[in-house]
Design a protein around this ligand. Structure first.
Ligand SMILES: C[S@@+](CC[C@H](N)C(=O)[O-])C[C@H]1O[C@@H](n2cnc3c(N)ncnc32)[C@H](O)[C@@H]1O
Length: 347
């Protein structure tokens, strides 16, 4: 779950970075002794702040552990069209403390942590399982899969999978290749022998380049499709929302789409509307759900809550900690993960 290395993504590369570091060192050595001492003090302060962050994270986890004995889980609505617990919802402390979360992390071979990205993967496979998609004969389509272990996991359950991502030579792919989050078009990058037997994997999984901004018209008739942490990276709010609608067109009637993205928890008006990462507002998702419902699809009830646990108030800031990382500050906005669950109409 490495964060993208933006400097490298900018195309400077490791060699350029090493050159820059060496140049910086030479400049530092040329400074008068007093100035060098000032720089060292500033570096100590930066290291201290990182430790303050670690201390706070440790305290937040301790508070959450103490709270567990007395706190009751926040109630959730039920959408009668979907199994209990299947909603379009935000990641909260309650979610990552639920028994289902630990069970699905284990199934994916990931140690459970209070981390929103892990929640996205665990919730996604849980929803597909609850909606009876993870069984032999089902056909799944993954978008922007990067190096997700979900591809192998889903194939291991007997499904045929078309895994897609940006073409390796697409300019935007560099960001994700450097962050170790792009499969580079090599199917083996997605194989996980512990999750899917290699022969079965080779038989059931294929990979093809797909730009989520223009989903090819021949991708049709799938039982389910999914994306994790991808449609906020399509350049604009509109492009992301359009993708969700296009993804539903790849499904057979009654097919299931599950997509995760990031929700702006601060504002329903101001947000990051364009750039490498956009942040959806509640109203963006509400409007999208209304459009999908009007077109005859079913969107599991939107349950876009902040959560009331200690970890729901802890906002992680860069450099991010492994946990708790349920809320994070991205630029100047507090955000978290959100999942959308859609059943294609026409069944
Ligand atoms: C944050 S990574 C997530 C990767 C993976 N889904 C995961 O959860 O680990 C974002 C992914 O979106 C993909 N992506 C970004 N823009 C895309 C586009 N226009 N079309 C298809 N995939 C795209 C990237 O290549 C990358 O794999």
């Amino acid at each position: 779950m490495a964060a993208p290395d933006l400097e490298r993504a900018g195309g400077t590369g490791v060699t350029a970075r090493t050159r820059a570091t060496n140049a910086l060192r030479r400049s530092f050595d040329r400074l008068p002794p007093g100035a060098r001492a000032d720089v060292r003090r500033a570096a100590d302060v930066a290291r201290g702040l990182t430790q303050v962050k670690r201390n706070q994270a440790a305290l937040a986890l301790r508070v959450a552990a103490l709270e567990r004995a007395s706190r009751t889980v926040d109630p959730e609505p039920v959408d009668p069209r979907f199994p209990a617990g299947v909603l379009s919802k935000t990641c909260t402390q309650d979610q990552v403390e639920s028994p289902w979360f630990a069970a699905w992390c284990e199934a994916l071979g990931e140690p459970p942590q209070a981390h929103r990205k892990l929640w996205e993967w665990a919730y996604l496979v849980r929803v597909l399982d609850e909606l009876d998609q993870l069984r032999p004969g089902r056909r799944g389509l993954g978008f922007g899969v990067g190096r997700e272990s979900m591809v192998a996991f889903i194939a291991g359950r007997g499904c045929d999978v078309v895994a897609t991502d940006l073409a390796p030579d697409a300019a935007e792919a560099l960001l994700w290749t450097n962050a170790d989050q792009h499969a580079s078009g090599i199917l083996e990058d997605l194989a996980r022998p512990e999750l899917c037997d290699p022969d079965a994997f080779a038989e059931r999984v294929s990979w093809r380049p797909v730009d989520m901004r223009s989903v090819p018209a021949d991708l049709r008739g799938f039982d389910f499709c999914w994306s994790a942490c991808a449609f906020e990276h399509l350049g604009t709010i509109d492009a992301g929302l359009r993708f969700v609608e296009d993804s539903v067109a790849t499904l057979r009637p009654g097919g299931i789409a599950v997509h995760t993205t990031e929700l702006n928890l601060d504002s329903d008006t101001e947000t990051i509307e364009s750039g490498p990462t956009v942040l959806f507002r509640r109203r963006d998702l509400q409007d999208l759900a209304a459009r999908l419902e009007a077109a005859g699809h079913e969107v599991a009830t939107l349950h876009l809550v902040q959560g009331s646990g200690a970890l729901d108030t802890y906002v992680d800031v860069p450099p991010y900690v492994p946990e708790p990382h349920i809320r994070l500050l991205y630029r100047n906005v507090v955000t978290t993960s959100v999942a959308l669950v859609i059943r294609a109409g026409g069944a």
